[in-house]
Design a protein around this ligand. Structure first.
Ligand code: NAD
Length: 502
């Protein structure tokens, strides 16, 4: 184990969760998959099996879509007054809060997320996201149009229909709430495909939605693998929209599937390689804390992770020194331990991928400032890792690693900082650290990314639309944009008295 590490997967800090739901959730019932197959879900703290869950495939997705289609075409949910949908969603949010401990525990054993964060942030925020969109459910309306001829017209906003939600594993409850809450508020019905690494909390949430009064068939959950269940969702002829969060490579497949099937609309929240740009006038101590938070939060498994830290030459060496000192305090260990700040990577594949990138970094000539090794001999723990002297063309500077690996790069001028911050195929987020308002304004307008944090990082709110530029995808989650993507706009036109159209 490293100096900053006390991984102790033997020790249990809280009572482990009881696993209540392991089947598929279709039309209001927990059911086995048509094939009867199941798959293991693994605890990344130990590499051991937590339980087996039903493995959905094309036939199961068909059944789930049939249920969602019937609930949309003939059911109550899209036809309820918005205020009723709001009432049910508020109740759902309260139930999420009441079950926060259980949900947070499920995401800790399934994804290796810090239990302390889950209980304080992930789960309460998921409940708040349901409240935010519940508040919008009875305020959905179109516009009266000012036509240029003798016509009266207005727009209606209508739910898009049956939605397929494909969810990643890094924030299982959070990402689900980003998608399910606005689509419920809009009056859609849905099939949710959780990531195969983290199906447990999605099933628990489906149960809570039913308790809250969401009618059967509105929310369906099909666990399974991407190439089977996920592909069946993206190719399905009776799904009207797919909302996907995950890697850029799979996003491309989802788009192809939509093009090859029914031209369903697609929104893609994809990967990133986000820069944090620190200028000479920054408070070095605070900037170092921010840089470490930006990359190590959620063990680097954050799409907006500040994996490229660009530091102006005047404070570069001092900042590097601070990073080395402070990285020691990012204790790695059992995510149930309240003193731990970094848990295990989500699975063996991700663990090995991150370690391979660390080897690339060393081979390509970057300087390994700190970390770089696995922690312990059980589970998927990796030391907080910082490389300096990183060049823009190195793999560790170009590829999304999705782990606790920071690349530090030195720059001289604002122009150079902007050019290098934008020197990526991604455009998800960026951070700027400076006390100079002119620099902050200039750089924030010049970086092509969907979220810019000035003198902070990861500061998120339901009201702030979230999503990428360039190969980080398109279509926003959150904010009112996150609601409108689940609605069609219909124009209704009537001739008025004496209109030539009469
Ligand atoms: P992934 O793309 O491998 O998987 C995401 C989801 O897609 C999973 O549910 C998976 O089963 C499914 N999937 C896989 N293959 C599929 C296919 N052929 N057809 C349909 N679905 C398929 O990504 P991941 O490893 O789960 O998550 C990590 C990635 O997600 C990172 O790139 C990260 O940046 C990105 N991410 C982005 C955001 C964002 O908001 N932009 C948020 C979280 C994660």
């Amino acid at each position: 184990m490293g100096a900053n590490s006390n991984a102790s997967s033997e020790e249990s800090f809280v009572k482990l969760p009881t696993i209540k739901f392991t089947k598929l959730f279709i039309n209001g019932e927990f059911v086995d998959s048509v094939s009867g197959k199941t798959f293991e879900t693994i605890d990344p703290r130990t590499g051991e099996v937590i339980t087996r869950v039903a493995e959905g495939d094309k036939e199961d997705v068909d059944l789930a879509v049939k249920a969602a289609r019937a609930a949309f075409d003939h059911g109550t949910w899209p036809r309820l007054p918005g205020i009723e949908r709001r009432r049910i969603m508020m109740k759902f949010a309260d139930l999420i809060d009441e079950h926060a401990e259980e949900l947070a525990k499920l995401d800790t054993v399934d994804a290796g997320k810090l239990f302390s964060m889950g209980i304080a942030i992930d789960i309460p925020q998921a409940a708040q996201t349901f409240r935010y969109y519940a508040g919008a459910a009875d305020k959905i309306h179109g516009n009266v149009l000012k036509m240029s001829t003798e016509l009266q017209a207005y727009t209606l906003l209508e739910p898009v229909g049956v939605v397929g939600h494909i969810i990643p594993w890094n924030f299982p409850c959070g990402m689900l709430s980003f998608k399910v809450a606005p689509s419920l508020a809009a009056g859609c019905t849905m099939v949710i495909k959780p990531a195969e690494q983290t199906p447990l909390s999605a099933l628990y949430l489906a149960h809570l939605a039913q308790l809250a009064g969401v009618p059967d068939g509105v929310i369906n959950v099909v666990n399974g693998f991407g190439e089977t269940a996920g592909a069946a969702v993206s190719y399905h002829m009776d799904i009207d929209k797919v909302s996907f969060t995950g890697s850029t490579d799979v996003g491309r497949l989802v788009m192809q599937a939509a093009a090859k099937s029914n031209l369903k609309s697609v929104s893609l929240e994809l990967g990133g390689k986000s820069p944090l740009v620190i200028f000479d006038d920054a408070d070095v101590d605070k900037a170092a804390d921010l840089a470490l938070l930006g990359i190590l939060f959620n063990k680097g498994e954050t799409c907006v992770a500040s994996s490229r830290v660009l530091v102006q030459e005047g404070i570069h060496d001092e900042l590097v020194k601070k990073l080395k000192e402070k990285a020691k305090y990012w204790t790695v260990g059992d995510p149930f331990d309240p003193n731990v700040r970094q848990g295990p990577q989500v699975c063996r594949q991700q663990f090995e991928r991150v370690l391979t990138y660390i080897e690339h970094g060393k081979r390509e000539g970057a300087t390994l400032l700190t970390g770089g090794k696995p922690v312990g001999n059980k589970g998927y723990y990796i030391e907080p890792t910082v490389f300096t002297d990183v060049k823009d063309d190195m793999m560790i500077a170009k590829d999304e690693i999705f782990g606790p690996v920071m690349s530090v790069m030195k720059f001289k001028t604002i122009e150079e900082a902007i050019q290098r911050a934008n020197n990526t195929k991604y455009g998800l987020a960026a951070g700027i650290v400076t006390k100079n308002i002119d620099i902050a304004n200039t750089v924030s307008r010049s970086i092509r990314a969907g979220a810019i944090w000035i003198n902070c990082y990861l500061a998120a709110d339901n009201d702030a639309p979230f999503g990428g530029y360039k190969m980080s995808g398109f279509g926003k989650d959150m904010g009112m944009e996150g609601l409108h993507k689940y609605m069609h706009i219909k124009s209704v036109v009537t001739p008025i008295y004496n209109s030539p159209w009469l």
